[in-house]
Design a protein around this ligand. Structure first.
Ligand SMILES: NC(=O)c1ccc[n+]([C@@H]2O[C@H](COP(=O)([O-])OP(=O)(O)OC[C@H]3O[C@@H](n4cnc5c(N)ncnc54)[C@H](OP(=O)(O)O)[C@@H]3O)[C@@H](O)[C@H]2O)c1
Length: 242
């Protein structure tokens, strides 16, 4: 089967696990600063916190979507960061800007380009954005991340309503749960002054309660193989693991 899979943030963590567990056969591409040669022969090098990279990545999406007659095209936007962890008004302004550009703006701009690139195609088309429970809960120290994930969820539900009217692309926002990746290591290393809930995350780790990236990835591919949920849904993957 000709299945094109593009994962932003495919070089590490959940994105890497998604590429490693992707349905076979498929043509796999990561969009990230580092390559992921072990799981994806395709590499679009991009710093997605830099707005000037977005048009270039969008042009590649356009080109690759039509380079052959794919039977299925999947874009998963997994690139993300918590940095800088700390209170608004206290962290470094440039890092705060980069957080919002990567977590909030890039998924919407690239999602928009993806929909434009595949709108005229009749194959199975899927767009997934990785969200977080932080979209719905306040975590002092993560203000840019919480706000970014909330904006992603709103974008997905709005675009999903559009795709029901015309377009036919399945657009989903998926919160993966607490997953054993580099992002969680960064959380556990943070000072409680910058992230007052840090002890809860250290305790989850000590209890062995973190989800494995491969289990999360398999559950996500399972969601895409189910007919439900329908386009525009925001869902929590924890209900589907274990
Ligand atoms: N882990 C969790 O517990 C958890 C919980 C809820 C939601 N999530 C979400 O799940 C997604 C994946 O998280 P993760 O835990 O797998 O994170 P991770 O292990 O830290 O990996 C982050 C990925 O994002 C890419 N990335 C970071 N900054 C980038 C930039 N400026 N430009 C391009 N790519 C960039 C990295 O690639 P390069 O460094 O090569 O660029 C890497 O592949 C994120 O959207 C995160 O918000 C994770």
């Amino acid at each position: 089967m000709d299945h094109l899979i593009i994962v932003t943030g495919g070089s590490a963590g959940i994105g890497h696990a998604l590429l490693a567990t992707a349905p076979e056969p498929s043509h796999r591409i990561t969009v990230s600063r580092r390559a992921a040669d072990d799981v994806a022969p395709g590499f679009i090098e991009a710093d997605l916190a830099e707005p000037r990279s977005w048009a270039r990545v969008g042009d590649v999406l356009d080109a690759v979507a039509t380079e052959r007659e794919w039977q299925r095209i999947t874009l998963v936007q997994a690139a993300g960061t918590l940095a800088p962890i700390g209170f608004a008004g206290e962290v470094e302004p440039g890092a705060y800007e980069r957080n919002l550009l990567l977590n909030a703006a890039a998924p919407l701009v690239l999602g928009h380009r993806f929909l434009g690139a595949v709108s005229h195609l009749r194959c199975r088309r899927e767009l997934v954005v990785l969200s977080s429970g932080a979209a719905r809960k306040d975590y002092p120290g993560w203000s840019s991340y919480c706000a970014a994930k909330a904006s992603v969820d709103r974008w997905v539900s709005t675009v999903g309503a559009e795709q029901q009217q015309r377009g036919g692309v399945r657009v989903l926002s998926i919160a993966p749960g607490v997953v054993a990746t580099g992002m969680q290591e960064v959380i556990r290393d943070t000072d409680a002054r910058d992230f007052p809930e840090v002890e809860r995350f250290r305790a989850l780790h000590a209890e062995g309660a973190l989800l494995e990236p491969a289990a999360v990835a398999r559950a996500l591919w399972g969601v895409l193989d189910d007919e439900e949920p329908s386009t525009g849904a925001t869902l929590d993957l924890r209900d589907r693991i274990r």
